[in-house]
Every structure is written in structure tokens, then in C-alpha cells.
Design a protein around this ligand. Structure first.
Ligand SMILES: [Zn+2]
Length: 340
């Protein structure tokens, strides 16, 4: 990593608990010689796997950031077998601004695998790829719908072809103990952090924990309990692993949104109205919402019609909508065995 311009102020190979920063060189209008500091915590003790916990890839998704901040403060070497590396707010500038993207307009979740010679987001992606992900066995990357999307709270995974990697990812996904689990494809570009971690053969567990610009106490509890249970499940964190059965909860609903048709896009720009709520069951041909035309009382609203049957998993959270914006995601229910 000598070619990375990013400096990590702690020794990731040392035992014990260390708090430090990743320092990304930059130059701003208010400081010609500056660096962007991204907090990092490393807790290592004895033998065991390495788990990397990441929050705040997107700055307007506080659920995972809060869970990671609480974990990073609370956890000590006595709780860990192996190594736990936590970066609670990867896109810290965006977190301060409560925006999805960096001030530069960069989407860190389109910057992977990154480059040591690129702009700061690419440099960070490169450091995370080659230094943090490469050193880890398990990668937990927490997201939500952010300000723009309301999601059912779920843990999720990409379909990966390697059956052993997929088996371990399914188990990790289920260990979050959410009511829903979601198997998905990328419809809005490449360069995702989880994609790079999967390419490196890691066990990758991700989430979409609600969203819409507001976090309930229940979601904060689910973020914290799920994260801790996944880390216990993979053997990094001490304590008894819980299952939905041991918690007295029914079987979860597993859905897949792996066809482009599952992601409904606004056919025109306008004001979005939904007729359905999260978790509703809908049928193919059902009108799920309207796009209204602010300036055209003579025009009927444009209907948004589902082309598939399933569960409403995502609803756009911002009424003002541009043509091509995702307004609904419909998940098709599947059996656990279909992920084998
Ligand atoms: Zn996100």
C-alpha cells in the first residue's frame, strides 16, 4: 500500500483497541493544505476471523452509522476473538451535510475498486479495497433508503455464483434477524463496495434499514441487535447467537428483486403519489401510484403500473420526481431453499 496517498494512523496488525483516522490529502477553498480525516477503530485479540464493519458510505443513511459508532465505542478486546475493524462514517463529509453524495458529487458506492491516483473518493475506495477488505474475512456494509427512499428494513445480498460463498452470505444475511431479507441486482451503475468485496471472495452482509429521512427507535434497535448478532454468528464477537426462533419470531419473508421489471421508474417528471404502503402485496397490472402534472390541470395523472406480483419493498420518499427516478421496488417472495 505504499502507493496509497492515504495514511492510517493506527497499526491494524497490533493487538488491543486503537482509535485513529484514515487521512486523505485534499486541498480546499478554505485550506490549501488539508486532509480529510475518517475515524477508524481496530480491536484485536487472540485467534479468529477479521470482520470489517462499514457505515456511512452514503451520508444520509444514519442507521448504520449510529450502530457502528455505538459498537466502536463499546467494544473492547475482551469481547473480540480475532479482529474487528470499524469505520462508522466512511463518507464523513457527506454525513456532516446529511447528503447521499460527497460535496464533490462523488458517490462512494460507485467508486470501487478505486485508484490511488484518482480523486479523494477513488483513493478512499482503493484503500478500503486493497487494505481493509483484502485483510477481512467478513464485510458488513450498512445502508438504508436514505432521504430518497423508504425501504422495508432488511438485510440483503447479491446473488453470487460461488455456492460456498453464497451459503455463508445467506447465513450471514439471515443472522440479522430482520423480518425481510432481500436478494437484488444493481440497476443504477457499477462500482459498489459490496461488489468488490464479493469479487475478493468475502462473506458480505449488507442492509437497507428503512430510510426516508427519519429513523425510528425500533430501527436503531434493529441496526444494533442485527449487527451484534452477525458479528457473534461469524465468531468475532463474544456472546450467544440468536435466531428468529430463539427470539420467538416467525419465519422471515425472503424476496428477490433480480429482474429489471421489479424496479419501477417514473415515466414522466411530476409529483409522485403512492396508492400502496411498504409490505403490501400487489399484483401484476395493478396501478401503484400516479405522477401528477403540476402545470397541467387538463392532463390526467400518469399511472405507474406494476408488471410483477409481489411485496412492496421500496417506495420513493420524495414527492417531486424526475423522469427515470425509481418509485417502487417489488420483491418476489422466494423460499429459503432457492438460495442454495
Ligand atoms: Zn446507501
Amino acid at each position: 500500500m505504499d502507493d496509497s496517498p492515504i495514511r492510517c494512523t493506527i497499526d491494524l496488525e497490533a493487538p488491543g483497541k486503537q482509535l485513529g483516522h484514515l487521512r486523505i490529502p485534499r486541498s480546499t477553498n478554505t485550506s490549501g493544505w488539508s486532509s480529510l480525516w475518517v475515524p477508524i477503530v481496530c480491536v484485536a485479540s487472540g485467534e479468529g476471523p477479521t470482520a470489517l464493519v462499514l457505515g456511512g458510505v452514503h451520508g444520509d443513511e444514519p442507521e448504520g452509522q449510529v450502530a457502528a459508532l455505538n459498537l466502536a465505542r463499546a467494544v473492547g478486546p475482551q469481547d473480540v476473538s480475532g479482529r474487528l475493524i470499524v469505520v462508522p462514517c466512511l463518507s464523513i463529509e457527506a454525513s456532516r451535510a446529511y447528503t447521499r453524495l460527497w460535496l464533490s458529487g462523488a458517490n462512494l458506492n460507485r467508486s470501487f475498486p478505486g485508484s490511488p491516483d484518482g480523486p479523494p473518493d477513488q483513493q478512499l475506495a482503493d484503500f478500503v479495497s486493497r487494505r481493509l477488505i483484502a485483510a477481512s474475512d467478513v464485510v458488513v456494509d450498512m445502508h438504508s433508503g436514505g432521504r430518497t427512499g423508504l425501504c422495508l428494513a432488511w438485510s440483503e445480498m447479491h446473488w453470487v455464483d460461488d455456492s460456498e460463498q453464497r451459503r455463508r452470505m445467506v447465513e450471514g444475511m439471515l443472522a440479522w434477524n430482520t423480518d425481510y431479507h432481500f436478494v437484488y441486482i444493481d440497476i443504477a451503475g457499477t462500482g459498489l463496495l459490496v461488489g468488490e468485496a464479493e469479487r475478493q471472495g468475502k462473506v458480505v452482509v449488507s442492509t437497507e434499514l428503512g430510510g426516508g429521512g427519519h429513523v425510528t427507535a425500533a430501527i436503531h434497535r434493529l441496526a444494533a441487535s442485527g449487527l451484534a448478532n452477525v458479528l457473534r454468528h461469524v465468531g468475532v464477537l463474544a456472546g450467544e447467537v440468536q435466531t428468529r426462533a430463539s427470539l420467538g419470531l416467525p419465519e422471515p419473508t425472503i424476496v428477490r428483486a433480480t429482474e429489471l421489471d421489479d424496479y419501477l421508474l417514473a415515466p414522466e417528471s411530476g409529483l409522485f403519489e403512492t396508492f400502496v404502503d411498504l409490505g403490501d402485496r400487489v399484483a401484476a397490472g395493478q396501478t401503484l401510484g400516479h405522477i401528477h402534472f403540476l402545470e397541467r390541470l387538463d392532463r390526467e395523472p400518469e399511472p405507474i403500473v406494476s408488471t410483477t406480483s409481489g411485496v412492496v419493498c421500496v417506495i420513493r420518499a420524495i414527492a417531486s420526481t424526475d423522469q427515470g427516478d425509481n418509485v417502487f421496488v417489488i420483491g418476489r417472495e422466494i423460499d429459503r431453499s432457492e438460495l442454495d
